[in-house]
Design a protein around this ligand. Structure first.
Ligand SMILES: [Zn+2]
Length: 202
């Protein structure tokens, strides 16, 4: 078997203030997340790929625009049809600080551009060897398409009726109420796609 070879991905936000590069052995955006936090903050059809954290380089015209969002448990649990008051009580306003105190925040750090709002990548201190770029943030090379038969759709317990779209042909065994057991690396290795992608050959 050939030695796995990484591909360097080039990503950016929409306004171009934040640009990044990261190497990946696992470039296939096969796993579509339907969770409330991802669909609310990053849009429908969010898929993460996985990059090698030690290779992440950040630059651009104004990298200080890079911001990090850590969801609070209260905000993650607030799935539709829950609504929030347009004019909250003073107690509710004052409660925000406690709700967002560090011990109540997710370890999942969503990096985004504070100017244009583009979701860029996630980092989780529980898995420090990797970063998880949002597929939509990658400009080049264009990521490979994944046919429905190989797609995995996760967090379907949180799915809104209108999407993300689940195409015909996604097997029932690849639809998960929460998370699958198989890792991103495992999915790629099982299909002979770990470190084998040659974008120039497309
Ligand atoms: Zn931007």
């Amino acid at each position: 078997m050939a030695t796995p070879t990484p591909v360097t991905l080039h990503g950016s936000c929409h306004c171009g203030r934040v640009v990044f590069t990261v190497d990946t052995f696992t470039p296939y955006p096969y796993m579509v997340c339907h969770c409330n936090t991802d669909t609310k903050t990053a849009g429908l059809g969010t898929a993460n790929i996985m990059g090698e954290a030690k290779t992440l380089a950040v630059g651009g015209r104004d990298p200080s625009a890079l911001k990090v969002y850590r969801a609070s448990k209260a905000s993650r649990d607030r799935a539709p049809p829950a609504t929030l008051p347009l004019h909250p009580s003073a107690d509710a306003v004052a409660g925000l600080a406690a709700e967002e105190s560090p011990e109540h925040l997710s370890t999942h750090q969503r990096h985004f551009c504070g100017h244009c709002g583009t979701a860029l990548w996630a980092f989780d201190e529980r898995w420090p060897d990797w970063v998880y770029p949002f597929a939509i943030a990658i400009d080049a090379p264009l990521l490979p398409a994944v046919p429905p038969a190989d797609q995995v759709h996760i967090c379907l317990d949180f799915r809104r009726a209108y999407g993300p779209h689940i195409p015909d042909g996604v097997p029932e065994s690849q639809r998960f109420a929460h998370y699958p057991v198989e890792s991103i690396e495992g999915w790629h290795k099982k299909r002979g796609l770990y470190g084998t992608w040659k974008p120039e050959a497309q």
